[in-house]
Design a protein around this ligand. Structure first.
Ligand code: TYM
Length: 335
């Protein structure tokens, strides 16, 4: 009797190369990616096709795609253990996305809050890709039969749509896709803007003081933390009516491993000045080794491109198997 080898559960996640990653990307997503490599078989991708839903400058997009891959490696993704690749290098994503978009309803896509937000923000370019984006994201995940998808809270709705599309396809055509689960951290899954703490921290914000970039130097990080909007109470405690302080506490908590209770005790009787300096120090400490690695990897283009081409070849092998099955099930002629 032959034993079936136990396959580790599989993870897929992605990030858009639309600019330098923010502290929000790091705390909400990228930080977890490295840690998950022990227990899971991981695929991580730079989602360049998704970036096209908003106008990009071609040379900048190419540069940012390499920078994004270098940052992921610097942040702990080990190409010996995980598959790191660029989305457009694996054609099966776009191919499956077409089939899935024919199995996704207009009404479902219309309910996506990201589509509503982005079409309001880019009113001059409400293109079809922006609308069908979640079908491509579903393809990214389903083409690998991923079990788990580590993301920040803002991607939860897209994950739910992916699950619905997978279930519908399985019911209609026979079991094909693994129905994926979201993996969303308990704290830090939504880091807020430092200037408007009711809004998500976003790299596309026009106010540079609202976000911290993973490439910001120590002085910039300290300055942005000091300018972070808080409140007039002067007490470090987490509460719904204290979104600025609560956000800084989440950042500090995730990066130091301290609970809200421990943070409140640490800063009892002190004003926000000392607290903000401690928050800045925790970010600087977390980013310093990553920044050094990032500079080193980015300078070695041959290594970086080698990792990406190997990653694309491995990913394409896995993706093609699913695509072939799907094409067959939906009735596309194969010779
Ligand atoms: P993107 O590029 O906007 O963000 C990458 C990851 O960072 C998380 N994130 C945040 N987490 C906490 N606080 C914040 N302020 C914050 N801002 C961003 C996001 O939730 C995300 O996990 N559509 C995706 C990319 C993608 C993808 C996929 C993800 C394409 N295909 C398949 C998972 C699976 C996106 O635009 O992420």
């Amino acid at each position: 009797m032959s034993e079936t080898p136990l396959r580790k559960p599989r993870i897929l996640s992605g990030i858009q190369p639309t600019g330098t990653f923010t502290l929000g990307n790091y705390v909400g997503a990228v930080r977890n990616w490295g840690a998950l490599q022990q227990e899971y078989e991981c695929l991580y991708m730079v989602a360049d096709l998704h970036a096209l839903t908003v106008r990009q400058e071609a040379a900048a997009l190419r540069r940012q795609t390499r920078e994004a891959a270098a940052m992921l490696l610097a942040a702990g993704i080990d190409p010996g253990r995980s598959i790191l690749f660029v989305q457009s290098h694996v054609p099966a994503h776009a191919q499956l996305a077409w089939v899935l978009s024919c199995n996704t309803q207009f009404g479902e896509l219309s309910r996506m809050t990201q589509f509503k937000d982005k079409s309001a923000k880019h009113a001059d370019n409400v293109n079809a890709g922006l609308f069908t984006y979640p079908a491509l994201m579903a393809a990214d995940i389903l083409v690998y039969n991923a079990d788990l998808v580590p993301v920040g809270v803002d991607q939860k709705q897209h994950l739910e749509l992916t699950r619905n599309v997978a279930q519908r396809f399985n019911n209609l055509y026979s079991p094909t896709f693994t129905v994926p689960e979201p993996y969303i951290g308990k704290t830090g899954a939504k880091i807020m803007s430092l200037q408007e703490p009711e809004k998500k921290m976003s790299k596309s914000d026009t106010n540079a003081n609202s976000f911290i970039l993973m490439t910001d130097d120590a002085d910039t990080i300290l300055r942005k933390c000091k300018r972070a909007v808080t409140d007039s109470e002067g007490v470090v405690r987490a509460a719904d009516d204290k979104p600025g302080v609560t956000n800084l506490m989440s950042i500090y908590g995730v990066l130091t491993g301290k609970s809200f209770g421990a943070i409140e005790a640490e800063f009892a009787g002190q004003g926000y000045g000392a607290f903000k300096e401690a928050v800045a120090a925790s970010i600087i400490d977390a980013f310093a080794p990553i920044q050094a690695e990032y500079a080193r990897i980015l300078a070695d283009k041959a290594y970086l491109d080698g990792v990406l081409s190997q990653g694309a070849a491995r990913a394409a092998g896995l993706a093609q198997r699913t695509l072939t099955k799907v094409y067959k099930k939906v009735g596309l002629l194969q010779l």
